[in-house]
Design a protein around this ligand. Sequence first.
Ligand SMILES: Cc1ncc(COP(=O)(O)O)c(C=O)c1O
Length: 409
Amino acid sequence: MSKKRPASRHTPKDHGFSTRAIHAGEERERYADAITTPIVQTSTYAFKDSKEIEAYTKHGKERFEYGRYGNPTELVAQRRLAELEGAEDCVVFASGMSAIVTTILTLVRSGDHLVITDDAYKKTLEFCSAYLQRFGVGCTIVPFGNYEALEAAIQPNTRFVFSESPTNPYLNIFDLERLREIARRHSVLTVIDSTFSTPLNQRPLEWGVDLVVHSCTKYLAGHNDILAGAVLGRTELIDQIRDLHKALGGVIDPHCCYLLLRGLKTFALRVERQNATGQKVAEFLEAHPHVKKVYYPGLPSHQHHDIAVRQMDGFGGVVTFDVRGTLATAKRFLDALQLCFIAPSLGGVETLITHPGIVSYYDYSRKQRYNLGITDTLIRLAVGVEDADDIIADLDQALERAARRTRRK
Ligand SMILES: Cc1ncc(COP(=O)(O)O)c(C=O)c1O
């Protein structure tokens, strides 16, 4: 007689990353038995009667009140992102910058100080160094990777250290273990913009970081069709950020939130593909005669390859490289592309390519750009999910044509 098999104890808590990306945050029973999460497109919510108002205001009944304070579609996205990042709680925003600015403004008061690394996203740096000054908040920008300078920059009024990992455009990797040690020694909070890594490749909270921010516009939504942002961490901190978010009002639209949820369903598949293509393209470019240097954390030649191997599960879909030649050669290369789109942003299904010198840093002098390491020939490629061989063929023909035209001039 066959023995009765014990029932499996596998619960949603045991679900793997891909399963969570599809199901986490959703109730099993849904409106009209639909498979998808409904888009609750409303700006406000009706109370049945005055008794229900009081149940909510006085007796803590959980429900929605007004669109800026919460939305059911948004709630599912917040829960799902928290599950993926391993966070207690999450707030989503109308953009990555809204998430960053709201987080920073929550953490500082007039007279406080923060430390930020120098190759953070341009707008984050500008906000910290220029705008915060108006409110009496000091900011020290330290060279990325110089942990001694970072520690020395911490003052008694420093509230937090902000960095990215990987960074843009050189894909430098922050040693999060060292960051945790420094932060603990000085009792400061740590915030990591993890947009370029995504929770599939790196989960900074597991390394002791206090808050993680994302531009969900990139890999998390993944289709180059929406703007969204998120901050994740302990409930105690997230509650404070949520409070300010309700006042600043950078709320995500419910339809946008649905698109974020839909994007998340294929998130693991997409990023696995982008990791593989990123590696293949980086290796191809490193061996190419018309490429001077490649920056990709999955390459042993990258200055932070060892940290990346220790800290990350994958190296992402962004590959930065210097073409051989001049600014004119780099422009000819861009102009010769037939598959990759010339556009800022990253993480979507379409491969995008940008020239930071003439796009993001167009308003800097050449000297200012070079001080930041933004050379005339620097190209940032963000692979999509097309066939890797097609992306490589496009890059190859564009590099050849640019080199040929440069020789003829
Ligand atoms: C690393 C990083 N953080 C934040 C942002 C801002 O995100 P968003 O464009 O969604 O406001 C970007 C945008 O490119 C980014 O690259």
